[in-house]
Design a protein. Structure first.
Length: 232
């Protein structure tokens, strides 16, 4: 009689093998403190040091370090926005942008400054803030060696050297070298539109004798003459 397990002979049962994976980490040469569990992810990270961008956009020839970043970039050409906000139905091309947008509804600020305990909704905002404490200014002007805390401040400063005016008004086509100047300019357009939408105000001139109202001083004087004729 054969030994059986659930109706099968022991010779038909495949032995279960215990597989133990050795924990390996791969360390970045440029950043010794940075480690990755997979060699593939380490290679992708190393492209941030080497500048290698093997994935090329067929539309504009711009290159990217990963397939995913290329995929996200292509949406800028196609207009695809697959990530939708459940609250406002607004759509985004990147899931990270969607998460940042959703925090505007929830008010969450998960990123905390270790120095002053101030909270932020974005990692980028936290890093920029922390430079106030550290004094770090990593963005250097290629014209005068002046340094800045943010890439935006550097871009605005370099426009003063190059004469470029990259910020264009959609209403009148006027260009500016600073986004703040463009913002102030657009406010003038909005005020002009509000003024056009308002009905013209009518000024009334009232007779002190009979309280009749007219629309001009000349008509009011003629009206006074009618009173004078009655008196005479």
């Amino acid at each position: 009689m054969r030994n059986t397990i659930l109706g099968k002979s022991l010779t038909d049962v495949k032995p279960v093998r215990s597989v133990f994976k050795q924990n390996r980490t791969y360390r970045c040469i440029s950043e010794p403190t940075l480690e990755r569990s997979h060699v593939g992810s380490l290679k992708i990270h190393e492209r941030s040091h080497t500048g290698v961008k093997p994935y090329k956009c067929k539309t504009c020839d711009k290159c990217f370090p990963t397939k995913q970043t290329l995929k996200v970039h292509i949406r800028s050409h196609t207009g695809e926005k697959p990530h939708k906000c459940k609250i406002s139905d607004k759509c985004f091309s990147q899931v990270g942008n969607l998460k940042r947008h959703e925090r505007s509804h929830t008010g969450k600020k998960p990123y905390k400054c270790k120095t002053c305990d101030k909270h932020f909704s974005q990692v980028r905002s936290l890093k920029t803030h922390e430079r106030l404490h550290s004094g770090e200014k990593p963005y250097k002007c290629k014209y005068c060696d002046k340094c800045f805390r943010t890439a935006g401040s550097l871009k605005t400063h370099e426009c003063s050297h190059s004469g470029k005016q990259p910020y264009r008004c959609n209403a009148c086509g006027k260009c500016f070298n600073h986004v703040r100047r463009l913002y102030n300019h657009k406010r003038l357009h909005s005020k002009q539109m509000q003024h056009k939408q308002k009905p013209p105000s009518k000024t009334h001139f009232s007779c002190w004798i009979c309280q009749k109202e007219v629309h001009s001083k000349s008509l009011l004087l003629e009206h006074y003459d009618s009173h004078m004729r009655v008196v005479c």
